[in-house]
Write a protein that binds this ligand. Structure first.
Ligand SMILES: [Zn+2]
Length: 378
């Protein structure tokens, strides 16, 4: 989302000169020909892409479609679970209500925020900012809305929610009959909208409006990120040792840890779902903590800057997929409430697991690519 008409950012630089948003190197903005992109020669970050206006039009169309789909996805049920004639259907909010009923308010809040509130605000703020830019006007609070959209981007987890629904279906299929409902189609389409919107945002290059640059205080950010990574490392073993849920079916009651859930899926031959849960729930949080720890340890050093920059990009992209297990729990809690026939309850391990995820997401949000490229150590 670049702004052609926005004022130049550096007071001391002529109009066509600007600073790279990632490494602060100075470059000259110029008109790009078809298919050409302007990348930073120092850090490789995308600075400007042509056809910004058409990209904005596409993004606005996708965002407005996303708002309609969001409403539909939250009205219609996603799936129905049927065991010996007893039926239970669920929408996205049913999982939130189920977790609240089991006194797991922090988990309910996390699911509500990342599957409902953050996507809704992301789409609304996005539409607002894009409409203002399309009309070439500065609307009240438009730059705050843009910043809020950037902050909400890692929490817009509708696509992850849908993957969790698919894993939930294969798991529930072992206990009864699961039927997809109309809401699932809207969740899929909404997921596609969110992914396209994020892709357009990333491919648009940097915004040249100085007001949109986050204020950067490396010392505070580094300390916060370090504290969050250390907290995540301390909580990680508890998230894996303690059970995250108890599944009760006639004649069987099993408390499952994250690893236990993976082994159960492998055991019954559902290895694709097992691989997804294993990668998302065990590998991603561990690797994210390790990668952020290494990035913070390397902070202030002048070596491997491009590699660190790429690694941080990967951490930001794949990091949120570990929410699969929490969403899976919310779906299972929502539909697996059939009294003596089947029930699913959340356990303490899920709280630790969610805490690890929150620590890693906030740690990544506090780390900044600019920290890699600045010259002095703080
Ligand atoms: Zn750069």
């Amino acid at each position: 989302m670049t702004s052609d008409s926005a004022p130049a950012i550096a007071v001391s630089l002529p109009d066509q000169w600007e600073n790279c948003h990632a490494c602060d190197a100075t470059y000259r903005r110029r008109k790009l020909s078809r298919g050409e992109k302007l990348c930073c020669s120092r850090c490789g970050a995308l600075l400007a892409a042509p056809h910004v206006e058409s990209a904005r039009q596409h993004a606005l169309a996708v965002a407005l479609t996303g708002i309609v789909l969001f409403v539909l996805a939250n009205i219609f049920p996603i799936m129905t679970f049927d065991v010996m004639g007893a039926k239970q259907s669920n929408s996205i909010f049913t999982g939130v209500r189920g977790l609240l009923a089991q006194d797991y308010a922090p988990l309910a809040a996390l699911v509500f925020f990342s599957a409902i509130l953050a996507p809704a605000l992301y789409l609304l703020f996005g539409s607002y900012v894009l409409t203002a830019r399309m009309l070439g006007r500065s609307w009240p609070w438009d730059f705050q809305a843009y910043r809020a959209m950037e902050l909400l981007a890692p929490w817009n987890l509708v696509p992850v929610f849908f993957v969790a629904c698919m894993v939930a279906v294969v798991r529930l299929d072992l206990l009864g009959t699961v039927t997809w409902q109309r809401g699932a189609v809207f969740v899929v389409l909404l997921s596609i909208c969110c992914l396209i919107l994020e892709q357009i945002r990333e491919n648009a290059g940097q915004d040249s409006d100085a007001r949109l640059r986050p204020r950067f205080d490396p010392r505070v950010k580094r300390q916060r990120a370090l504290a969050l990574v250390v907290s995540g490392v301390i909580l990680y073993p508890f998230a894996n040792i303690l059970p995250v849920m108890t599944m009760t079916v006639p004649g069987d009651k099993a408390a499952l840890t994250v690893w236990g859930g993976v082994m159960e899926l492998f055991h019954v031959g559902l290895w694709p779902a097992g691989v997804i849960v294993f990668l998302a729930s065990m590998c991603v949080p561990f690797l994210k903590l390790a990668a952020l720890g290494w990035l913070l340890w390397m902070d202030g050093k002048s070596t491997l800057r491009r590699e660190r920059s790429k690694l941080f990009g990967v951490v930001e992209t794949v990091g949120t997929w570990s929410m699969v297990d929490i969403f899976l729990l919310s779906v299972l809690v929502a539909v697996g409430q059939l009294g003596s026939l089947a029930s699913v309850t959340a356990e303490l391990g899920a709280l630790f697991f969610a805490a690890v995820l929150v620590c890693t997401i906030f740690a990544a949000a506090n780390y900044s690519e600019q920290m890699i490229w600045r010259e002095e150590k703080v």
